[in-house]
Design a protein around this ligand. Structure first.
Ligand SMILES: [Zn+2]
Length: 328
């Protein structure tokens, strides 16, 4: 006989469960449990969006000074401060939460910020001393990233984030002119973006995915989840998305999308491959750099296209002048 002792080191959960285990609601304008009330959020394209990823870059990073390439503003704020466990506990002890029960009114006073309750983990004597209390399950995060990314590059209706509302929002912010609505005719039209595949390329990509064979037990038969004629995926499990994201996507898109788009997707894919939960800060900086580089690439592409167009126009003007001179 012996006495078994156990200790809770941390929790591993998805983002919705984070609200329950941490006591900080993961909805609304202050949804981020790390930045808390210092989060950068706003209403864009009919949703609450979280911007300000450049705050995580080093203080003297050149990207902080750029504006049009990102959200239209330069970034001079430092990263949000990190709250220690003791500070959080002190704050929670000061707040007066309503007792549990369905009949109790749940209107939260503004002084409570996004705190909904004091989690019972704080009854553990060491809980407030832990450096890391809650972890996000990478598989869940990866599936959400996969759904959004593939939905957007394949321009799948209902899944893509490149919607009319998003385009109108870019117009309102005055950035990414190349992605604004096309108003050449009577009706405003959403042209296919440069990061989305053309219908024929999309079919080729889906055919490639349905033809891939995996070793036994490596992944489920992804071919069964591909609808080539319908142009979409159905019934992909979290693990299928994981294999797809890290193995199939970098290979499948190489000759179907522009080089700069492919480069960023491959970088994201390899980032997820190397993702190491033991070093959250490095991972955070990595993803901040990646999202900044993505914004910059989209913007540079616009600038290079403008320059290209200008050169062509100048060239054309020179040719016309020469022709004119020739006829004289
Ligand atoms: Zn945050």
């Amino acid at each position: 006989m012996f006495t078994l002792r156990a200790a809770v080191m941390w929790t591993v959960n998805d983002f919705s469960a984070y609200a329950m285990v941490s006591g900080w609601s993961t909805k609304g304008y202050m949804a981020c449990p790390v930045c808390k009330e210092d989060v950068t959020s706003g209403w864009h394209a009919g949703k609450v969006c979280y911007l300000g990823h450049r705050r995580w870059l080093p203080w003297d990073h050149e990207w902080r000074e750029k504006d049009k390439e990102f959200d239209g503003n330069t970034e001079r704020r430092l990263r949000p401060r990190e709250w220690s466990g003791d500070e959080i506990l002190e704050q929670l002890n000061r707040l007066d939460f309503a007792p549990f029960g369905k009949t109790v009114s749940r209107t939260r006073p503004s002084t409570h910020l996004n705190w909904t309750h004091k989690p019972m983990f704080f009854e553990l004597p060491y809980w407030s001393k832990l450096k890391l209390r809650h972890n996000l399950d990478v598989m869940h995060v990866e599936k959400n990233v996969f759904d959004t990314l593939v939905g957007t590059i394949l321009d799948i209706e209902g899944k893509t984030k490149d919607t009319i509302k998003a385009r109108l929002d870019l117009e309102r912010m005055g950035i990414r002119r190349g992605l604004w609505m096309n108003r050449d005719s009577d009706k405003a039209r959403r042209d296919l973006a440069f990061f989305s595949m053309k219908p024929n390329d999309k079919k080729e990509f889906l055919k490639f995915v349905s033809s891939v064979k995996f070793p036994d037990g490596y992944a489920s038969n992804i071919a069964h989840c591909v609808n080539v004629d319908g142009g979409k995926f159905t019934g992909l499990k979290s693990h299928d998305c994981h294999v797809f994201m890290q193995r199939l996507l970098p290979v499948g898109i190489r000759h179907l999308l522009p080089e700069d788009v492919v480069k960023q997707i491959i970088l994201l894919s390899s980032f997820l491959h190397k993702y190491d939960a033991r070093d959250g800060s490095l991972a955070r900086r990595g993803i901040a750099c990646w999202s900044c580089q993505l914004s910059l690439d989209v913007s540079n592409r616009k600038a290079s296209r403008r320059a290209e167009k200008k050169c062509t126009q100048q060239g054309e003007a020179r040719r016309i002048n020469c022709r004119g001179l020739g006829s004289i």
